[in-house]
Write a protein that binds this ligand. Structure first.
Ligand code: PLP
Length: 414
């Protein structure tokens, strides 16, 4: 299902023409589809039906309260990587008892915050973190539920910046260190062993590496059982990829089939942590062409969105389809689609064939994940508004930032 399509030559989000959104809310503007978000969540729930399972949305992909609230109402859990994300989940009505906390650098303050909120599990990524967690939990008179994030050393065959399960990555503990660390955890008074976790990377297009990782996790779980350590849950992470351009990712069902086959007959609860696959294709970045600039070597479409709004092209050389919101029957030369930021890396797309005029709107597709979430105020650019479309209605879920907000906390010297 695509929530974004042309009607009478005009690109719409569900039933709302995108020019209407630009008119009402301005540009640049992130536009999400409620139906698409729910459809994606339903696909995960459906694929895991019949199993004791919890879909923990990876908040970092898009942490807008409206999106968190939508998933919370569907019964989602959440995978967080900071105290800030925990505060967002709670503010959005999420259940802290369904939160898992990942990340290599949890501070003592974040541990206290998460323990007091009663989260479901800390995905511990080092021996030092385990010791600190025991100490912090002890100071609160609590026991911290833990899973060790194990690094299965498989190559997810994705972009190196988003590959996390190799021995050379900073994430998790090596397979061979896991057993001694579990034994240490068992001996600690203020931690309680809850499960085991892994996450090998993002934008995975092949289910095989995830299945290979699951094999290693399951054999570890069996070795732990032999030591008398019973796990309540297995957390197999996120990472399922989406189609940006010409990729053919597996469906949610296809992705989980080999994993579920391996889990048949096992009693542990299954946790998964999808981010991109839930929100990536549920949103677009709507932008307006300020100028067209025709040169001897290249043509530029200079738009009002930039790398500070969507950094994926600059950071990962990522491809996003860029569609004209109104299709025109005019010449379509190749354009560099660039923003106004003073960096040569400030581009949204290279060499795109577009039949457009200055003032036209463009939709940067597949922008729902790691778009707004990675935005910044570089060049003192206020962050874009965010809008959710529901049928024929649209709702502002984050107001466009005002310039004064950008320096409200700054002070000149006396
Ligand atoms: C980023 C991350 C996810 C989500 O990854 P996606 O590729 O967006 O599905 C899940 N778990 C952990 C631990 C992560 O760091």
């Amino acid at each position: 299902m695509s929530a974004f399509g042309y009607r009478d030559g005009v690109l719409c989000a569900e039933s709302v023409p995108l020019p209407e959104i630009a008119e009402r809310h301005g540009t640049p503007c992130y536009v999400y589809s409620r139906a698409a978000l729910l459809e994606r969540f339903g696909a995960f729930r459906g694929a895991l039906a019949g199993r004791d399972a919890l879909v923990c949305y990876a908040v970092k992909a898009n942490s807008n309260l409206a999106i968190l609230n939508l998933f919370a109402r569907e019964g989602a859990g959440f995978d967080i990587v900071s105290g800030g994300e925990l505060a967002r989940v709670i503010a959005a009505g999420g259940d802290p008892a369904k939160v898992v906390f990942s990340g290599v650098g949890k501070t003592a303050a974040e541990m206290r915050q998460a323990l007091s909120a009663g989260i479901s599990c800390f995905n511990v990524e080092s021996a030092a973190e385990l010791e600190r967690l025991d100490e912090v939990a002890g100071s609160l008179g609590l026991r911290a539920p833990v899973a060790l994030r194990v690094n299965p050393n498989v190559d997810p065959k994705t972009h190196p910046y988003i590959s996390t399960g190799l021995r050379s990555n900073k994430f998790g503990v090596a397979c061979e260190d896991a057993l001694p660390l579990y034994l240490r955890a068992r001996a600690l008074r203020h931690v309680e062993i809850a499960g085991i976790a892994c996450h090998i990377g993002s934008q995975l297009l092949d289910p095989a590496p995830a299945a290979e990782a699951a094999d290693k996790i399951l054999s570890l779980a069996d070795r732990l059982a032999a030591e008398g350590i019973a796990l309540r849950h297995l957390d197999l992470g996120g990472g399922l990829g989406i189609r940006y351009h010409d990729e053919t990712p597996p469906t949610v069902k296809e992705y989980f089939a080999p994993l579920l086959a391996r889990l048949a007959g096992r009693g542990e609860k299954l946790l998964v942590e999808p981010g991109r696959a839930l929100v990536g294709n549920s949103g677009v970045l709507l932008t307006r062409i300020e100028y067209l600039k025709h040169g001897a070597e290249k043509n530029f479409a200079i738009v009002d969105a930039a790398m500070n709004d969507l950094i994926r092209p600059a950071l990962y050389d990522a491809w996003h389809d860029i569609l004209p919101v109104r299709s025109r029957q005019i010449d379509a030369p190749l354009y560099e689609v660039v923003g106004p930021v003073c960096e040569s890396g400030d581009f949204l797309g290279h060499g795109r064939r577009l039949g457009v005029e200055a003032g036209d709107l463009l939709a940067v597709m597949s922008a729902g994940a790691y778009g707004m979430a990675q935005s910044s105020n570089y060049n003192s650019r206020p962050r874009a508004a965010e809008v959710v479309v529901d049928g024929e209605q649209s709702f502002v879920v984050r107001e466009r930032e005002q310039v004064e907000q950008l320096f409200a906390g700054e002070h000149v010297l006396p």
